[in-house]
Design a protein around this ligand. Structure first.
Ligand SMILES: C[S@@+](CC[C@H](N)C(=O)[O-])C[C@H]1O[C@@H](n2cnc3c(N)ncnc32)[C@H](O)[C@@H]1O
Length: 325
């Protein structure tokens, strides 16, 4: 397989158009977190990953660094070549630990990062090409779900799917089951998925991670409105919206909202829409679910996978879990 040049369109994403049109007309209003990552959103998220309050990145970094040799043994026990497919790769900060290790061990593999964010993917591709010019790189600018459709017909090599950073937490329980079922249908026996799950812990630790003292998660959430202003010619006044976060330890769900601080109407010219807001009205923007080990085992069972690896950080905050098809 050869490295393909990456061509990315920077046109307005039709999925964003649909999301804004539908999401701002429902009650309660909602916008999906998958639109957070324009250039500025990706830049702010990179800062969040280094923030002292956002433990997720540090925990997963520790796991990947500590157990990289164990992961390699699981990825290719027989030293056969494999395709490392990463769904929602972002800037690949933690994946680069694995890439560096695999390269140092002269492992024969291709790396296929998938991301819906052109900006995130472009940055990652430039970085990987600079650090490892000989690595077989097959980036795909795509949604997880349409990328899954191409999984089975790309090569005959074994697939190892990375789904890091607790991206899985952005799904509802039903969506998570559907996602792993789709993966099950597209993978071959012996293929693997390595998923990063954020675990349930003291609620205050979780709440602070999404409500950090530097105000980064606040800026990240509000940036979604800035993106809509720019791409859809809207006039959200960011000073009149606030960031609000909840964590419910009974459901394990952290939720992010934007709150209108006054009664107002926002014009979205590209969609010919006028969106009224009551004082205090919310837009729900993100769900970040936290898991117990039992829930993760159930997810494997329900979707037909065997759980063959369980790795946690020293605080027990996060788990990287291997499912085998
Ligand atoms: C929270 S970041 C995590 C990045 C990386 N996995 C990590 O652990 O650092 C989520 C990434 O997933 C991408 N993403 C979110 N929803 C997606 C979707 N439906 N399809 C493809 N990529 C998506 C975003 O653009 C973003 O780069």
């Amino acid at each position: 397989m050869t490295s393909e040049p990456l061509t990315i369109s920077n046109e307005v994403d039709p999925a964003l158009v649909e999301e804004v049109r539908a999401g701002l007309q429902t009650i309660p209003k909602r916008l999906s977190s998958r639109f957070f990552y324009d250039a500025e959103g990706s830049r702010i998220f990179a800062e969040i990953m280094h923030s002292p309050d956002y433990y997720l990145t540090r925990s997963e970094y520790e796991i990947l660094d500590t157990y990289k040799a164990d992961f390699l043994r699981q990825f290719t026990p027989d030293n056969r070549p494999f395709d490392l497919v990463e769904l929602g790769a972002g800037d690949g900060l933690k994946t680069k630990i694995l890439l560096a290790f695999l390269e140092s061990q002269h492992v024969d593999f291709t790396y296929a990062p998938v991301d819906i964010s052109a900006d995130a993917l472009e940055g990652l591709v430039i970085d990987v090409r600079r650090q490892w010019p000989d690595l077989q790189l097959n980036p795909r600018h795509d949604d997880y779900f349409s990328a899954l459709e191409h999984l089975s017909n790309e090569t005959n090599s074994r697939k190892v799917v990375l789904f890091l950073g607790s991206n899985i937490g952005n799904f509802t329980p039903d969506e998570a089951v559907d996602f792993y079922q789709q993966l099950y249908n597209r993978l071959q026996p012996g293929d693997l998925i390595l998923t990063g799950f954020d675990l349930q812990k003291h609620p205050a630790v979780i709440h602070t991670a999404y409500n950090d003292r530097q105000g980064l998660t606040r800026a990240f959430n509000l940036n979604l409105l800035r993106r809509i202003n720019r791409e859809l010619d809207a006039n959200f006044d960011l000073a009149t919206f606030d960031h609000y976060e909840t964590y419910n330890p009974e459901t394990g769900e952290a939720r992010s909202y934007l709150v209108s601080q006054k009664a107002q109407a926002v014009e979205i010219k590209a969609l010919d829409m006028r969106v009224p807001f009551q004082h205090g009205e919310i837009i729900h923007t993100e769900i970040s679910r936290k898991f117990t080990r039992m829930q993760i085992e159930q997810l494997a069972q329900q979707t037909g996978f065997s759980m063959t690896g369980w790795f946690t950080d020293s605080k027990g905050y996060f788990a990287d879990v291997v499912f085998e098809r």
